[in-house]
Ligand binder design. Structure first.
Ligand code: ATP
Length: 289
């Protein structure tokens, strides 16, 4: 038995950190949306009771450090499955880039094994399982657009934002999410207007979405990776409607209402940046085309 599942990347339209909790996690408020840049996850059921991971990307671990492996292990342990699975990850999302590639792979494995092993679990149950693997996995189980709170695992689905182009640029440097959070000085944060962003999305107001983008991790990553500032400047000069770093970075994205301007930005960054993409936001749920 065999299944293909798409694992789309996310961008943060806003990311706020409220405080550090006694359990060590940060209490966050994030507005996230999935985009049509995706890893492809191939799942093959094995009669032997083992999990195998294979990927074409040398930065992706092929053992229990891989979030996709942990997702398969969790499903097997929770539902006493004695079969195995081979997981092939066709990596299209830049690694350690603030685009939740690993979390989305894990979510795709949860969705895929639910189908392959006929477990009939709801998306809510899969999202609860996902929270045990990582804070962004719950969001990735649902995909589309959502406000996530708590440590990222409490999800309130939002309508899809107005259609626009998203230009992504990654300077080719991996950034550790843990390091960025450790260096964040919570008392000196300029908080983004999360409520305003949610309103703007609910009203389908593209200009207001652009006005409200904000990410408290951006100044922290900027210190370690000055390329982020250069990319932002370049995108603004080439005509972006909004520019922001996603997650803990270093990927920077711009929102653009016109395709021609999106490609102007794309062309201005090629050569200067290792990985540049023009993509669309995804509206509905995340299934393979
Ligand atoms: P987030 O935005 O959720 O903080 P990220 O996009 O910054 O995540 P990932 O691409 O998920 O980061 O990778 C972070 C680290 O996780 C990598 O350095 C890698 O070693 C490890 N990792 C584990 N599983 C995966 C996976 N399936 N794909 C990519 N990296 C993975």
């Amino acid at each position: 038995m065999y299944l293909l599942e798409k694992a789309p990347a996310k961008i943060n339209l806003s990311l706020d950190v409220l405080y550090k909790r006694p359990d060590g996690y940060h209490e966050v408020e994030m507005v996230m949306t999935t985009i049509d840049l995706a890893d492809r996850i191939e799942l093959i059921v094995l009669q032997e009771n083992k999990i195998e991971i294979e990927s074409d990307n040398r930065f992706v671990p092929n053992d229990e450090r891989n979030l996709a492996y942990r997702a398969a292990q969790l499903i097997k342990d929770t539902y006493n499955i004695n079969k195995g699975v081979k997981i092939y990850i066709d990596k299209q999302i830049p690694v350690a880039a603030g685009l939740a590639g690993g979390s989305s792979d894990a979510a795709a494995v949860l969705r895929g094994l639910n189908t392959l092993w006929n477990l009939q679990l709801s998306l809510d149950t899969l999202a609860e399982l996902g929270a045990k693997i990582g804070s962004d996995v719950s969001f990735c189980v649902y995909g589309s657009t959502a406000l996530s709170t708590g440590r990222g695992e409490k999800i309130k689905e939002l309508p899809a934002p107005p259609a626009c182009w998203v230009v992504l640029a990654n300077p080719g440097i991996g950034v550790s999410t843990q390091t960025i959070y450790q260096q964040l000085k919570i008392d000196h944060i300029q908080h983004p207007d999360t409520e305003g962003m949610v309103d703007a999305i609910e009203q389908g107001d593209f200009q207001s979405i652009c006005d409200k983008v904000g990410n408290v991790l951006e100044p922290v990553t900027l210190k370690l990776c000055p390329e982020v500032k250069q990319i932002k400047q370049q995108m603004v000069e080439a005509g972006a409607d909004a520019v922001l770093m996603s997650g803990s970075g270093p990927t920077v994205f711009s929102l653009v209402s016109q395709e021609s301007r999106a490609y102007r930005i794309y062309n201005s960054l090629r050569g200067f940046c290792e990985q540049v993409y023009v993509v669309r936001m995804l509206g509905g749920r995340t299934e393979l085309d």
